[in-house]
Design a binder for this molecule. Structure first.
Ligand SMILES: Cc1cc2nc3c(=O)[nH]c(=O)nc-3n(C[C@H](O)[C@H](O)[C@H](O)COP(=O)(O)OP(=O)(O)OC[C@H]3O[C@@H](n4cnc5c(N)ncnc54)[C@H](O)[C@@H]3O)c2cc1C
Length: 390
């Protein structure tokens, strides 16, 4: 999110400094690895609408970079016929006029013969979906930001953000002290993933309700008796989401031949500074293995993943993002410290749009027409009875 934001600010011709505590493209946060899924299918129509815009921005960045990070595979969403989220996905697609097909069990079996979906499954196919090459995409935005004049510094941990410093000329500025020196600027955008609450707490005393959850990226082998390409996009195999408990998502064999990526939208509480980067085999075997045994009966080796590593979610209570200003104790009106965090396991696909929104907020004070009420910090505040709204 930080790299996308730096790109959009630099593209406006403004000076911007992108800071990273570890090496660029490290594997200790949320955005590393071979892939993240991209889809328009969301139960909330505001995300479906935002995805229309995000797709354009992915394409624009790819064109500028001269290489691709999006691989279209098509997307299959399925689940019990009365699953409320899945019914809302279909209603969002209709409302936003996005082409989709509701497939019968027979049609699913004909088109995707390796899937063993329950007979009464509700299944919707959208052509506009697939994977984003995750680390490659982050590197692309860093390269584009640098091309437009951004200054990039890694191994520079932000230690303190202090508002109300005087800029040359007398205006109010923000001092950012890092392990490699300090910088003074007109605005500061915090996109520190699961580390964001710590930084915000230090600035304002405010507790952002973002939980760091340890989760895993896992690849499973296509069974040897199958053609290793059987679950590849070349054979029409799509990315997918299975609605229910747990929510399962997956990608075809695209990153590694003969392996598919399948994971559970689930994680265990962790401390971002102390967590191990090893995968959580207990969750994978407890949640994903039984699902694979049933939904890919005989075609995928479900007992244990062939390859896996840890990753981290930064989860809000409602799984909506936080895109807002941080109120510091002395600020009158909107502060120039902003936060983009709490992407709750589904934010990667929105990266370029989040970057554009944050750049617009910092440079103009407006999100240029993108509604942001559902992403406000205010939604976590207490109601008249003193209860937290969420
Ligand atoms: C297993 C897994 C699967 C996912 N699948 C999908 C998917 O299919 N589709 C999708 O859209 N999304 C998906 N997501 C979610 C998506 O990857 C995240 O929402 C997104 O990557 C969050 O990016 P971020 O920039 O907020 O966090 P990060 O990538 O963690 O970036 C925050 C950065 O801030 C740096 N930082 C922190 N503190 C400091 C400091 N004090 N000083 C300097 N730097 C600091 C960190 O080192 C880090 O590099 C998935 C996430 C996981 C873990």
């Amino acid at each position: 999110m930080g790299s996308c934001t730096a790109y959009h600010i630099a593209k406006h011709g403004k000076s911007v400094l992108l800071l990273e505590q570890f090496d660029f493209l490290h594997r200790r946060g949320s955005s590393h690895g071979e892939s993240r899924t991209i889809r328009v299918t969301y139960p909330e129509d505001y995300y479906t609408r935002m995805m229309k815009e995000a797709y354009k921005l992915w394409e624009e960045a790819e064109t500028e970079a001269g290489y691709m990070v999006y691989h279209r595979t098509g997307y299959l969403d399925f689940g019990p016929p009365d699953n409320q989220s899945l019914l809302s996905v279909i209603s969002s697609l209709k409302k936003e006029g996005i082409a989709h097909q509701i497939l019968s069990h027979k049609e699913v079996t004909l088109r995707f013969p390796t899937f063993r979906l329950p007979k009464d499954s509700l299944t919707v196919y959208t052509a506009e979906g697939g994977i984003l090459r995750a680390s490659k995409a982050v590197a692309m935005f860093q390269a584009l930001a640098a091309k437009h004049g951004a200054v990039l510094r890694d191994r520079a941990k932000v230690l303190r953000v202090s508002p109300h410093w005087r800029l040359p000329g007398g205006a109010d500025g923000i001092l950012v002290a890092t392990s490699r020196g300090s910088a003074l600027g007109k605005a500061c955008i915090l996109a520190a993933g699961a580390w964001t609450p710590q930084i915000v707490r230090d600035i304002s005393g405010m507790e952002l309700p973002i939980k760091a959850l340890h989760t895993s990226i896992a690849y499973w082998a296509v069974n040897k008796k199958m053609n290793p390409d059987a679950l590849s996009p070349a054979r029409g195999f799509p990315c997918f989401s299975s609605y229910g408990e747990p929510f399962i998502y997956g990608t075809p064999s695209i990153e590694y031949p003969g392996l598919i990526k399948v994971g559970a939208h689930f994680g265990v509480l962790c401390d971002p500074n102390k967590r191990s980067v090893s995968p959580d085999m207990e969750t994978l075997k407890g949640h994903v293995s039984p699902w694979l045994a049933s939904y890919f009966e005989g075609s995928v080796d479900w007992e244990a993943p062939n390859m896996a590593e840890g990753c981290m979610y930064s989860m809000t209570p409602d799984e909506d993002f936080i895109l807002d200003h941080v109120q510091d104790q002395l600020a009158i009106g909107k502060s120039k410290i902003l936060v983009a965090a709490g992407f709750s396991g589904h934010g990667f696909k929105m990266g370029p749009l989040v970057g554009r929104i944050m750049a617009d907020l910092a440079l103009t004070g407006s999100s240029q027409g993108v509604p942001l009420e559902m992403f406000s910090i205010e939604r976590f505040s207490k109601d008249a009875q003193g209860n937290h709204k969420l």
